[in-house]
Design a protein around this ligand. Structure first.
Ligand SMILES: [Zn+2]
Length: 76
């Protein structure tokens, strides 16, 4: 699975649950709530804040919006 930030509301969405692969144009990409008016509920809604970084696995591809990931923090 891959995650991306919704270009419209900046919420973290999954490519499988949001409107991503079916988007014909970049401008059409959006999260499930922006697309259907209702959040899918598969996982909690969260904002793509500063803790999210670009996913390294995406290097070399031109997918848009870029995939993001959240580093696991070491608890010390
Ligand atoms: Zn959205």
């Amino acid at each position: 699975m891959s995650l991306f930030a919704c270009p419209h509301c900046n919420v973290v969405e999954n490519t499988a649950t949001g409107f991503f692969w079916n988007a014909k144009r970049r401008e059409e990409v959006r999260c499930s709530e922006c697309y259907s008016g209702k959040w899918h509920g598969r996982f909690p809604k969260m904002q793509a804040d500063d803790e999210w970084i670009l996913d390294d696995h995406q290097h070399g591809s031109d997918v848009w919006p870029p995939f993001i990931t959240k580093p696991i923090k070491e608890s010390s």
